[in-house]
Ligand binder design. Structure first.
Ligand SMILES: O=C(O)CCC(=O)C(=O)O
Ligand SMILES: [Fe+2]
Length: 309
């Protein structure tokens, strides 16, 4: 039977995030309700499907609703059978760096340091401990922008932000990604400049596209003196991540959660969970769409000619 009806979704936070009560995820509903699920995702930005006892194959199929699933370049993160899936774990896994146990801690939007950043990210909670900790936090950067005074919005629309995967104000900081990669990989992580206010390719709505400096690998606001740039970034992050715009997801086993990196920031909190409690999730991301500036004169994302190293 055709199921092209609108999914039933209940709002979880003030401005965004919804739990989808129906349909359950099966090959059939993914095929028949995929478009309707995508529309619901555009409306709520984060979708939660509870208790989805699905195979890795079905989860990989689910990913195709949200764009083209991307194969991860780090082979040791990949799922053994499904090339578009990786898995997250807070345990010491063979061949993995210690830092990977808590990856994603700190506010960010996935792959913002790329010329074309990530689109959707989704997780399936395979092993979730029956204890507090290990929540995922989400912040609605679109609602945060909409809530600003008009004059402030007009100024922010004119700015650009410098991003670079390996940049850090302190290279020796244990979180500095500089330390994760070798000389060849460093050459492949050029500085990228994105507009600070971007327009969503599907909804046309404007969003603040900014992250904290260390975790998000943001060098600063293009053309501003460092102190002014840092003060502005800190102010914007504090605003976006204030309680009014945050949803905290407490995981239950077999939850599926999908979010839109084009308008939402997120943060893992795995460091709050004792390692004796096992947390393992499957992960899939879809290829992004180019960052569209709110004002055309600000220009699209580009590789910076003065790449710092
Ligand atoms: O483990 C989590 O809660 C989120 C990790 C993360 O940032 C991601 O999967 O992109
Ligand atoms: Fe992430």
């Amino acid at each position: 039977m055709a199921l092209e009806s609108t999914p039933i979704a209940n709002r979880l936070a003030a401005t965004f995030a919804a739990e989808v009560k129906s349909p359950n995820l099966t090959s059939e509903t993914i095929r028949e309700s995929g478009r309707a699920i995508y529309e619901t995702y555009l409306e709520h930005k984060v979708l939660v499907f509870r208790a989805q006892d699905i195979t890795a194959r079905t989860f990989a199929d689910f990913g195709t609703i949200f764009g083209r699933p991307e194969e991860h370049h780090v082979l040791k993160l990949r799922h053994p059978e499904e090339p578009t899936l990786t898995w997250l774990s807070n345990q010491n896994e063979p061949g993995r760096n210690k830092e990977m146990k808590t990856s994603g801690q700190g506010w960010h939007s996935d792959y913002s340091y790329k010329l074309v950043p990530g689109s959707a990210t989704m997780l399936h909670g395979l092993e979730i401990p029956d204890t507090p900790g290990g929540d995922t936090l989400f912040a609605d950067a679109e609602a945060a922008f909409a809530a600003l005074p008009e004059e402030r919005k007009a100024y922010l629309r004119t700015l650009r932000v410098r991003h670079q995967y390996r940049w850090s104000p302190d290279r020796e900081d244990p979180w500095a990604r500089w330390k994760y990669i070798g000389p060849e990989e460093r050459k492949q992580t050029p500085e990228i400049t994105h507009p600070l206010v971007r327009r969503h390719p599907d909804t046309g709505r404007e969003t603040l596209f900014i992250q904290p400096r260390i975790i998000g690998s943001v060098i600063g606001i293009d053309g501003l003196p460092e102190d002014e740039s840092t003060a502005l970034i800190d102010e914007l992050i504090a605003h976006i991540t204030s309680d009014a715009f945050v949803y905290r997801h407490r995981w239950s086993p077999l939850d599926v959660v999908v979010w839109d990196n084009r308008c939402v920031l997120h943060s893992a909190t795995t460091k709050d969970l004792d390692e004796k409690h096992v947390r393992r999730l499957l992960r899939l991301t879809t290829a992004g769409s180019a960052v569209t500036p709110s004002l055309p004169e600000v220009g699209h994302s580009r590789r910076s000619p003065n790449s710092s190293d």
